[in-house]
Write a protein that binds this ligand. Structure first.
Ligand SMILES: [Zn+2]
Length: 286
């Protein structure tokens, strides 16, 4: 499931190819993914609009558009959900079976494909308003982080998934950051010492930056096949090179030796999601 780094990499690839492109036609094949916007409202708003830029907020893609008449700014919000993909496809290429929304921008179509339809492409900006600070921005401070943790009894791993604490961290990078900070995933958020919280704050930023760097070096295939899969499915897709997985030190490595101490990595279920950790480096044996 894509998290902040994967979305950031996608944004960096989409921005230059969509910027200044005009939307000529809008096709919605799955109304669910544009909710609560209606097909009619989306079509009306987007037809003739021009992409001014693509950016990111948390795990959301933010498409800044400018409508034709009257000329005004418009924000389209995208979320990849579990299986969503966004890419450009030549008009001549057949559309994939699960293409949910298709925006024609001339000789290419901008396709939002989603096999499970948990993703979103909507004009409703509500979701981004509830997000906490961007972890790589100056708004995410050690002091603010410590203060927010002090108010929570939740295990730290579960608390890290709370998008109002910090935006963009999901299951993978929560486990990775805790491993790098040497903190047990089960430790209640309010029980972290100031030194632990500061270590975790640094680990979050480091792990996200490294993932963005790693992803940015890979050429994305806009047809939505090949290497691109590696970014979103972490080596699960056939033919994907192994190095995507290697950069993850604990995630999905249950039973395999810890890179630091050789102890077997453990898997634990917290709030119905898997957590991976090293019982020796991090402690927290349940
Ligand atoms: Zn270890």
């Amino acid at each position: 499931m894509p998290e902040l780094p994967e979305v950031e990499v996608l944004v960096r690839h989409l921005d230059p190819v969509l910027r200044n492109k005009t939307i000529h036609a809008v096709r919605v094949r799955r109304a669910k993914v544009i909710a609560p916007t209606s097909v009619r409202a989306l079509t009306r708003a987007l037809r003739g609009a021009k992409f001014a830029g693509v950016s990111r907020r948390g795990k959301y893609l933010v498409f800044d558009l400018r409508t034709a008449r009257p000329a005004r700014p418009l924000m389209l919000l995208g979320h990849l959900g579990m299986t969503g993909r966004m890419y450009l496809l030549p008009v001549k290429s057949p559309l994939p079976k699960h293409a949910a929304v298709i925006l024609n921008v001339g000789r290419t179509n901008f396709v939002f494909e989603d096999t499970r339809y948990f993703g979103r492409l909507t004009l409703d900006p509500g979701a981004v308003g509830r997000l906490g600070p961007e972890p790589l921005s100056a708004q995410f401070t050690v002091r603010g982080f410590v203060r927010a943790l002090d108010r929570s009894r939740q295990p730290i791993k579960v608390k890290l998934l709370d998008q109002s604490l910090v935006a963009g961290i999901g299951n993978i990078y929560a486990s990775e950051a805790l491993f790098r900070a040497g903190i047990a995933p089960t430790l209640p958020a309010r029980e972290l010492t100031p030194a632990q919280a500061a270590r975790l704050w640094r680990a979050i930023r480091r792990v996200l930056r490294e993932a963005i760097e790693c992803g940015s070096t890979v050429p994305l295939n806009y047809a939505g096949a090949g290497l691109r899969d590696g970014l979103f499915y972490f080596g699960r897709a056939p033919g994907t090179p192994d190095f995507y997985e290697e950069r993850l030190r604990v995630y999905d490595r249950a039973g395999r030796p810890c890179y630091k101490c050789g102890t077997a990595i453990k898997r634990l279920v917290q709030a119905a999601r898997s957590t991976f950790y090293c019982p020796r480096c991090q402690g927290g044996e349940p």
